[in-house]
Design a protein around this ligand. Structure first.
Ligand code: AMP
Length: 488
């Protein structure tokens, strides 16, 4: 069954079940279907049927899903943008995507409250039609729009549905990431495809710790989807455990490194839950590899593996000459398969650089270093975090992994301090597991000593800054830019 039919079917099977809960508001499956049909009828009657993308600009409002499905049903892909984006950035996206319409939750509410009847037939996207376009930051400072087709999305949804075995009409999915971040595609469509309830927490709730834990305690979430950074933050609250979320049976992570201590603590605090680590870029539809992180996996590997490829998708590690490397050797992770995007919207230049064909499948250069060991993929940092420091070639990820392995280190981020656009020295931002009685200077000296036992001296950061937590981006990842600003 096509995804859109699968979603609409719930309005007959579970009409009164909440499809989305956000703050004090919720929308049932019956309402979601009727309102998205209403919006689609309006869009079909007012827009040319040219398949041009529509920007849905909001946060976690219950009109967001109406907007997404209304666009699809009228033959237009959508671009989810979060209100936290500066308006200049929104303008760049609209211009790049050549989008002629932007809808906010207020506008959607107004359109669907109109009583007039518009005749229309639900548009059924073809497999290669774009479903959504998510903008990610580009290395040159301009965002690029990753085009995900119906085929990519259905392929991803089918995989996670089979692998995770969602209980139909029974799950409550945590939605932490904004809809502009592709991690949210996991909770949104896993929920819609299985007749679940999407439980959103909004930015105000996240910013206010007391409110956040109260909201979580009321949520009854069964399937947790977030960045590892968000889970780490929650773990700082001692009451964050199985008692707070009695029905949670799975923690599903993607988007950044899942540190072993986060996985181990979750397994301890939530004895009824499984922890999954998954890996993949927006360009390959959320995630491409996965592994269940058990206590045995935590005991055996540090860093943790990111898993095995989903069926039907190739994940290979290439050297600079595009030859597969031997197991245990490092190279670039290449992903090929039906979940790989068709490219960056209206940017054939960037598309040609990043995408190619491999064994008759669309393939993508991730720009990630990886290694295969024991049949498992390991993520080894970004290729573009490679720097030259006084002539030495250094991977920032290499230093960070080694810092993670030192005693009493909870998290570590290394940033090069720049002088005249060149790396001058390295600064390590550290979160310790427990506060030391020694002075910061003494702790730093001891860490430098320990680190110099693991890496060449030129890779030992000159400065160490000890923090209680790292700033995070709106997507919930560590905000490296903000950390870098503190050393300029
Ligand atoms: P995004 O497109 O925002 O999802 O970012 C994709 C990038 O996040 C990947 O290319 C990786 O560099 C990183 N990433 C994704 N998943 C993981 C993971 N499980 N572990 C480490 N890094 C990850």
């Amino acid at each position: 069954m096509e995804l859109i039919e699968q979603i609409d079917r719930w309005s007959e099977v579970y009409p009164e079940r909440a499809a989305h809960v956000s703050g004090a508001h919720s929308i049932t499956y019956r309402e979601l279907t009727s309102r998205s049909n209403k919006l689609a009828a309006y869009l079909s009657s007012t827009l040319p049927s040219d398949g041009s993308p529509i920007v849905i600009l909001g946060h976690k409002e219950i009109e967001m899903l109406v907007g997404f499905l209304g666009c699809i049903k009228s033959g237009h892909p959508y671009i989810p943008l979060d209100t936290s984006l500066p308006s200049q950035r929104v303008e760049v996206v609209i211009e790049t995507a050549r989008s002629s319409l932007t809808l906010t939750p207020e506008q959607i509410r107004e359109i669907i409250s109109d009583d007039s009847e518009n005749k229309f037939t639900i548009h059924k996207p073809a497999l290669n039609d774009p479903w959504y376009i998510i903008f990610t930051s580009g290395s040159t400072g301009n965002p690029k729009g990753v085009t995900i087709t119906r085929g990519c999305l259905e392929n991803f949804v089918e995989w996670v549905t089979t692998e995770q075995g969602f209980k139909e009409g029974n799950e409550i999915f945590l939605n932490q990431a904004p809809f502009s971040f592709d991690l949210s595609v996991m909770d949104l469509y896993a929920s819609l495809a299985s007749g679940g309830t999407l439980f959103s927490i909004n930015k105000d709730e996240i910013a206010e710790q007391k409110v956040l834990y109260k909201t979580l305690a009321k949520s009854d979430v069964s399937f947790w989807v977030s960045t590892p950074s968000f889970a780490r933050m929650c773990l700082m609250e001692h009451s964050f455990n199985q008692e707070m979320l009695p029905n949670v049976h799975t923690f599903w992570f993607c988007g950044e490194t899942l540190a072993p201590d986060v996985a181990a603590n979750l397994l301890k605090r939530f004895p009824n839950a499984k922890v999954w680590n998954t890996y993949g870029p927006t360009e390959a539809t959320v995630a491409t590899t996965s592994i269940q992180i058990t206590e045995e996996v935590v005991a055996k590997y540090s860093p943790l593996p990111v898993g095995r490829p989903k069926p039907g998708t190739q994940v290979v590690v290439h050297d600079e000459k595009a030859n597969p490397v031997a197991d245990g050797e490092r190279g670039e992770i290449i992903i090929a398969g039906p979940n790989v995007s068709v490219g960056y919207i209206h940017r054939p230049d960037l598309t040609a650089r990043a995408f190619f064909e491999l064994n008759n499948q669309r393939a993508y250069h991730t720009g990630d270093w990886g290694r295969v060991q024991d049949g498992l993929l390991f993520f080894e940092g970004r290729m573009d975090f490679q720097i030259k420091l006084h002539g030495y070639r250094i991977e920032i990820g290499d230093i960070e992994s080694n810092l993670h392995a030192l005693t009493n280190v909870q998290d570590a981020v290394v940033i090069p301090a720049m002088k005249n656009e060149r790396a001058d020295y390295l600064v390590a931002f550290m979160i310790l597991k427990s506060k030391s009685e020694k002075s910061d200077f003494e702790v730093m000296r001891e860490m430098k000593r320990q680190l110099s036992e693991r890496v060449p001296d030129y890779m030992v950061p000159r400065k160490f800054v000890f923090l209680a937590e790292f700033p995070t981006t709106t997507n919930g990842k560590v905000d490296r830019k903000k950390l870098a600003e503190t050393i300029q």
